[in-house]
Design a protein. Structure first.
Length: 101
């Protein structure tokens, strides 16, 4: 695991999203994210060098769920915001809201 991922995981633990590094696989069910060209200056705002690094992080936390179609959607979302998937961007994590009926 690279140092950037370790920093993200430590921040997620500190902010109560996961209990420990062993529970990283549960991350996908607890978090949502917004991709921006700038940091939102929150404890859960992280810079990724490119979409490949972000995909690597997502695969680390939930490899069963990320396929080529979802990777394409991530890159399309970057392009829609005027961001180049080959350059840096920020991912701002937040608690996923669950709609109850």
């Amino acid at each position: 695991m690279n140092d950037n991922f370790k920093t993200i995981i430590e921040s997620l633990i500190k902010n109560g999203f996961i209990e420990s590094e062993q529970h990283i696989r549960e991350l996908g069910s607890k978090l949502d994210f917004k991709i921006t060209q700038y940091s939102l200056n929150t404890p859960l705002s992280f810079k990724f060098h490119n979409s490949e690094e972000f995909v690597t992080f997502l695969n680390f936390s939930n490899p069963e769920e990320l396929d080529e179609e979802k990777i394409g959607l991530i890159n399309a979302a970057l392009l829609e915001q005027g961001l180049d998937p080959a350059h840096f961007f920020y991912v701002n994590f937040f608690k996923k809201e669950i709609n109850e009926l």
